[in-house]
Design a protein around this ligand. Structure first.
Ligand code: HEC
Ligand code: HEC
Length: 153
């Protein structure tokens, strides 16, 4: 085949390859802005939640499944956890817990990654709010059909 006879073939290939681009162009223009739960634009810091409005439900929430970290049944705004001091442990470590009648952190919290039993809370459990969150009588932001383990049986 000579080069001259190849030209129409090359032109046809170029047209076929260009079609998807021509089709996707109008679609991109129709895209609408997404309505997100975060109201402030991404470039701005959104207002912090009003924690004074947060209410702990009467009677509290039970665990939804056996291994669930229990939800915290009290406010925690005043308790800071830093590398020097863990304000939660004043009430939740033994023997301080007996003074305020708070449940002691469970024995699993004194075992490190290698399975060694420690006298102090393990580093892997130090930041309590990684797993425990305060209870709040808050409406779900997005509807869901979650059932806990006892309801789903
Ligand atoms: C001033 C003492 C005090 C401090 C500080 C404190 N708690 Fe408590 N906590 C309690 C008491 C008392 C209870 C149990 C009584 C109740 O039901 O309110 C409790 C209950 C809990 C429970 C529920 C345990 C269960 O078996 O249901 C969790 C989880 C918990 N606290 C986590 C925390 C975390 C995390 C922090 C730190 C951010 C913290 N607490 C700080 C006194 C305290
Ligand atoms: C890696 C996740 C994790 C971290 C971090 C963690 N916990 Fe827990 N916690 C759990 C789980 C899971 C349970 C329930 C199962 C158990 O007892 O181990 C629990 C149970 C508890 C209980 C109930 C104990 C009982 O016998 O009823 C208390 C109180 C508690 N945690 C407090 C704390 C405090 C205070 C901290 C921070 C010093 C903390 N936890 C850090 C996961 C965690």
């Amino acid at each position: 085949m000579t080069f001259v006879r190849l030209i129409p073939l090359l032109a046809a290939t170029a047209v076929v390859l260009a079609i998807p681009f021509a089709v996707s162009e109008p679609l991109a223009q129709e895209a609408k802005p997404v309505k997100a739960l975060r109201e402030a634009p991404l470039t701005e810091m959104s207002a912090p939640p009003d924690v004074t409005k947060q209410s702990v439900p009467a009677g509290g929430f039970d665990r939804a499944y056996r291994q669930q970290p229990p939800l915290i049944p009290h406010k925690i705004d005043g308790y800071q956890i830093t590398t020097q001091n863990n304000a939660c442990m004043g009430c939740h470590d033994w023997p301080g817990n007996t003074r305020v009648n708070a449940p002691k952190i469970s024995e699993t919290h004194y075992v490190d990654r290698q399975g060694v039993r420690l006298d102090k809370v393990a580093g892997t459990r130090y930041f309590c709010q990684q797993c425990h969150v305060p209870q709040a009588d808050a409406k779900p932001l997005v509807g869901n059909i979650f059932q806990n383990a006892t309801q789903a049986k």
